[in-house]
Design a protein around this ligand. Structure first.
Ligand code: SF4
Length: 191
C-alpha cells in the first residue's frame, strides 16, 4: 500500500510550487510568521528583490501535508504569510492549505502579498475571468492583504511590511483588523 512519508517533500498530492520557505520571519507581516515565497510572478516590478521567483515554471513542489507539519511543529508562530512571486497565481492551492491550517490551528492567521490591487482581483472575480476561482479562493482565506506592485519611485523604509508607499494593508476579516492594528503599532514604534 502507498504510504505518505511525513518529511518527504516530493510526496504526491496537493501543494504549491515555491521558490523558498522561511520557517520564522518578523518582517513579512505582524508577529512571528512562517513565509512561503511562491514561484511565478507576472508583474516584473523594476527593483524587485525576488527576481528568481518570476519564472512561472520554476521552484519546487511542496506537499501541503509537509508544509502543515513544518508550521505545526513550531508553537510560537502567529500565522502564515504567502509572498512571492504572485500568490494569486496558485490561489486555490494556497487557499486549501490555509483552510486546512486554520482547521488544525484555529489561532493561525493568513497574510497574503499580491502585486495586484484588491480592486483588480474583485473586478476579475465579478467578470468571471479565467483566474477568478484562484482569486476568490485565496481572498476568502486571507485575513490581511498587502496589495499593489513594488514601485521604485515610491520606495520607502518608513512603512511596516511594505516596500513602496502605494502598497496597502487591507484587513479582510476581524482577525485581519487585529493584524492591521499590530502593523500600525509597529509603524508608530518606528517613528
Ligand atoms: S509583485 Fe513582488 S515578486 Fe512580483 S515582481 Fe513585483 S516585487 Fe517582485
Amino acid at each position: 500500500m502507498f504510504q505518505i512519508k511525513k518529511n518527504n517533500l516530493e510526496t504526491a498530492g496537493t501543494g504549491p510550487y515555491l521558490a523558498s520557505v522561511v520557517k520564522e520571519s518578523i518582517v513579512d507581516g505582524p508577529g512571528l510568521r512562517m513565509v512561503l515565497f511562491t514561484q511565478g510572478c507576472p508583474h516584473r516590478c523594476p527593483g524587485c528583490h525576488n527576481p528568481s521567483t518570476h519564472v512561472r515554471y520554476g521552484g519546487r513542489y511542496y506537499a501541503e501535508e509537509d508544509l502543515l507539519h513544518m508550521y505545526l511543529e513550531n508553537g510560537a508562530l502567529m500565522g502564515l504569510t504567502f509572498s512571492g512571486g504572485e500568490p494569486f497565481l496558485q490561489g486555490e492551492v494556497l487557499a486549501h492549505l490555509a483552510k486546512t491550517l486554520k482547521a488544525r490551528a484555529p489561532q493561525a492567521n493568513i497574510v497574503t502579498y499580491t502585486g495586484y490591487s484588491l480592486e483588480y482581483l474583485e473586478g476579475a472575480i465579478e467578470e468571471k475571468r479565467p483566474q477568478a476561482a484562484d482569486y476568490k479562493a485565496l481572498l476568502n482565506q486571507t485575513d490581511l492583504l498587502i496589495d499593489g506592485p513594488f514601485i521604485m519611485a515610491k520606495r520607502t523604509l518608513d512603512l511596516a511590511f511594505r516596500g513602496s508607499s502605494n502598497q496597502r494593508l487591507l484587513a479582510l476579516t476581524k482577525e485581519g483588523q487585529k493584524l492591521l492594528a499590530l502593523a500600525q503599532a509597529v509603524e508608530k514604534t518606528a517613528d
